[in-house]
Design a protein around this ligand. Structure first.
Ligand code: NAP
Length: 271
């Protein structure tokens, strides 16, 4: 749709297979588009499709002017090649911020990603709202994945925080975490971070989401974060909750990136 000579932003989602969690995430993104006034398009491929079929969908979307942003829902089932797929998305439409060039620019001093990855951008937005200037803060990031831990750590470095990245082979985690002014946990282990890991007054961001059995729930399970909320909320000055917290911020940042991509594609400076 064109209004006053400007195209309305449009987001295309691409889903391979029928993973229920991925289907739910895609539905949530489309619902957010409706709320934000962004057009949305959806492309589904069966799990039996081949890489060249997925490549063809992305090539088509790269050429489509109605599509400002392309989101390939991850993880892709085997044997699809996630890196090849993400590299194929036009840089200007990489609203998930996972194109290797966008990630590479995050790792370089003096450069910024054209479109930053959504979950890390949501985390940074929350931290800046709560703390303001992050320069000189000690930040500990639990997790080093390509989608959360590593880009979050790189973005914190760009804010001049002093960053420690921990992973499954790290030792003395409680002691390392106790040195943090900012603690971000993206591990995926329920209630892993305990109250005595956290310094009084620290700001804690809980990214992890795990499903744990719960007979009292009609679904038979509930979603919990990495952080033991009951314990940590007694010592942290601020913390996010699961559910809520980082999840809605991720979707909000996807909307932000889609708008920014549409603005840049039409020669405007993103807000
Ligand atoms: P991932 O790819 O599985 O990465 C998990 C990371 O945690 C890895 O770097 C792993 O270390 C590290 N790790 C595993 N066990 C550990 C331990 N005992 N101590 C310290 N580090 C440990 O997961 P992800 O994609 O980053 O996602 C992490 C969590 O965030 C998941 O629960 C996911 O569902 C959630 N998530 C939430 C959102 C949202 O919007 N709220 C978005 C994305 C992800 P190694 O590298 O050594 O294996």
């Amino acid at each position: 749709m064109v209004k006053d000579g400007l195209r309305r932003p449009g987001l295309a989602t691409v889903l391979v297979g029928e993973d229920p969690a991925s289907q739910l995430y895609v539905r949530m993104k489309h619902a957010a588009c409706v709320e934000a006034g962004i057009e949305s398009f959806h492309y589904s491929l069966p799990v039996t499709a081949c890489q060249s079929a997925l490549d063809a969908v992305i090539d088509h979307l790269n050429q489509d002017d109605q599509v400002s942003g392309i989101l390939v829902q991850l993880p892709l089932p085997d044997p699809f090649d996630a890196e090849q797929t993400l590299r194929r998305v036009a840089l200007a439409k990489d609203v998930d911020g996972f194109h290797p060039v966008n990630i590479g620019r995050l790792a370089q001093k003096g450069r910024t990603a054209l479109l930053p990855p959504c979950t890390p951008l949501g985390i940074l937005t929350l931290l800046k709202l709560e703390i303001g200037n992050l320069a000189g803060k000690n930040a500990v990031v639990l997790g080093r994945s390509n989608v959360v831990g590593m880009p979050t750590a790189l973005m914190l470095v760009k804010e001049d925080a002093t960053v420690t990245i921990c992973h499954s082979r790290s030792e003395n985690l409680p002691a390392i975490c106790r040195g943090a002014d900012i603690l971000v946990s993206a591990v995926g282990k329920p209630a892993y971070v305990k109250g005595d890991w956290v310094r009084e007054g620290a700001v804690v961001i809980d990214v992890g989401i795990s499903r744990v059995p719960d007979e009292r729930s009609v679904r038979g399970y509930r979603m919990v974060g990495d952080v033991d909320f009951a314990e940590v909320s007694k010592v942290a000055s601020a913390m996010t909750k699961v559910t809520g917290g980082v999840g809605p911020m991720t979707i909000a940042m996807l909307m932000r990136n889609t708008l920014a991509a549409a603005q840049m594609q039409q020669g405007m400076q993103p807000a």
